[in-house]
Design a binder for this molecule. Sequence first.
Ligand SMILES: [Zn+2]
Length: 160
Amino acid sequence: MSPAFCRRCGSRLVSGVPEGEDRNRDHCAGCGFIEYRNPRVRAGCIVVIEGGAPVFRSTLLMPGERLQAGALRAVGAPLAEDGLLLYCAITDRSRSEVSLVFRATSGLSSAPRLAGDDPQPAWEQALLERFLADLAAGAVRVYSAEAEGGLLHMSPVAPG
Ligand SMILES: [Zn+2]
């Protein structure tokens, strides 16, 4: 939800291309303040559960939070940051989110609970299916991906 009034001077914001910018942005005609709207950053982690299927947990980063710390907070498990490997960088334009998904190199004995009530992305299942296919093939690679609803268009960016 974008605010209707300037945070700096309280005037009503207008839509249009402000001087020095190259696209429409809500801005204040009075004092020149620009209300930037940027994509959110989601940190996620895939964890293998002993004797079960891997699970994915993710959360939006808090201001100033490190990616790995966010990923560990999402799984709420006693894993070490140096046990996280980058798995997939996902652009999700429909949610205006960028997600960095890690995989934990050590497993857990039970599935972590969902942290908070943050709705999980629709592509969660597609991500896990690819991860399972990678495990079965014995080569977990690193991907970049574009999300389209529940689909992920994944391209390997590095060998596993
Ligand atoms: Zn203003």
